[in-house]
Design a protein. Sequence first.
Length: 192
Amino acid sequence: MAFAAEMAKYRSVIFSSANAVIEASKQPVRADAFCVGTQTTEIAMLHGWRAECAGQTAAQLVQTLTRKDGLTGPLAHIHGQHTRGDIAGRLNSNGIRCDHYVVYDQVLKPLSAEAKTSLSNDKRHIVPLFSPRTAQQFAYECGTAENIFFIAMSEAVAEPLKSLDYMELQISRAPDAASMAELVRNAADRLA
């Protein structure tokens, strides 16, 4: 892992996903960690990082860190191949030195034959989507969405779905798993 040899020069790391925590935790070095989201923070703590939730989104994390007195870096944003929010670039623009390291790639998988068959019949479906990238791929592959109740984690996730003829689209009030689960439960109750 490219950042492992350099880890000692960073005062803190930034995690914007649980997958990044898991990959970074394969190295013996631990530091303070600023995290996006409570789930990422909890996973970082479980893996031995001194973790703090600095916001529920990349924008909130950047805002939190730029307001911290005396924080100049250097920091390391450890993330996957596909990111949103340009955390390192925005922190550098605000005078906080931040490098970034890609430690994993989340490869998109096509819908299975079973999923395509299920989506093509008259059954109603609840489809929760957590990222703009997967929402875009789903919109491309799903064919018809007339019987789909979409649950989107954010407005950015909802955007690729808006061109579809769907049954309903709801956007989570907060970008976290608990809020998404609540919307899925509510949708299931309504469709029962």
